[in-house]
Design a protein around this ligand. Structure first.
Ligand code: NAD
Length: 253
């Protein structure tokens, strides 16, 4: 695939890069001329991703493990000598286990917050150090409509984790503005990826979701990649602390 090549010379690391939105973003970044590193805990999915991205740096890492995260960024810096774009995107949504708070198991809470929020913090902790050492860059945090609105009834742990992601993205925009590091949040709507397989395979659940999406369809991972390219590129040179929604109108109504 050849594109307009808006990311030539950019070095990008994407967590949760072996599946769904992360993988689609990596494929699009590569088509736009970037070098990509995929960080994911799913080694089989990383192997499959290698078929589409033969020259990608593959990092089999759990984002909740600080030592592994630190070593992954060290290895990327050794191979590339710098980093320009960071996409902290790995997350879990424990469909069938996440629940309204009075029925929510502590274990499900800890697991969800651990990956989605603590994992985001650890990725940013070491990733931002690389951007600082490289003279600036762009951080693109994958948030969710549940970051801003209480529309994920029964997904209390997931919603709380994603609220934290958005708050972290905004304060980081302030922290690092003077260092030429821009930090923005992308808010995908209901997007057909393995994350929500459990919902997509349930006709009643998916139909009731589609009913409230003005565009009348679920999104694809590819739908989200255009805004990712914009935020990774120099076209977004004055955009920081922003929330970029790609949800078919879900949260507009
Ligand atoms: N799909 C949706 O409807 C939707 C909606 C809003 C926001 N999002 C967000 O988009 C992002 C990408 O989700 P997706 O839909 O592509 O899901 P996905 O399940 O296809 O991809 C998530 C990836 O994260 C990886 N991952 C999970 N835990 C990890 C860990 N501890 N360490 C390293 N990697 C780990 C998984 O192995 C997987 O490859 C997530 O932040 C998600 O919350 C998705």
């Amino acid at each position: 695939m050849s594109g307009p090549q808006r990311l030539v010379g950019k070095r990008a690391l994407i967590t949760g890069g072996a599946s769904g939105i992360g993988l689609a973003t990596a494929i699009r970044f590569k088509a736009e001329g970037a070098r990509v590193a995929l960080l994911d805990r799913d080694e089989d999915a990383l192997d499959r991703a290698k078929q589409a991205l033969s020259d990608a740096v593959l990092l089999p890492v759990d984002v909740t493990d600080e030592t592994q995260v630190e070593e992954a960024f060290d290895s990327v810096m050794e191979q590339w000598g710098g980093l320009d774009v960071l996409v902290p995107n790995a997350a879990v949504q424990l469909i069938g286990r996440d629940a309204a708070v009075h029925e929510l198991d502590r274990e499900v809470w800890d697991l969800t917050i651990g990956v989605n929020l603590t994992g985001m913090y650890l990725t940013c902790k070491y990733g931002v150090r690389c951007l600082l050492a490289s003279g600036g860059g762009s951080v693109i945090c994958t948030a969710s409509p549940t970051s801003q609105f209480g529309i994920g009834a029964g997904f209390d742990a997931y919603s709380a984790s994603k609220g934290g992601v958005l708050a972290l993205a905004r304060v980081m925009a302030n922290d690092y503005a003077a260092d030429d590091i821009r930090v923005n949040a992308v808010v995908p709507g209901v997007t057909a990826t393995p994350l929500i397989e459990g919902l997509i395979e349930d006709p009643e659940a998916i139909n009731s979701l589609v009913d409230v999406i003005p565009m009348g369809r679920v999104g694809t991972a590819e739908d989200v990649t255009g805004v990712m390219v914009y935020l990774a590129s120099d076209d977004s040179s004055y955009a920081t602390g922003g929330v970029f929604t790609v949800d078919g109108g879900l949260t507009a109504v």
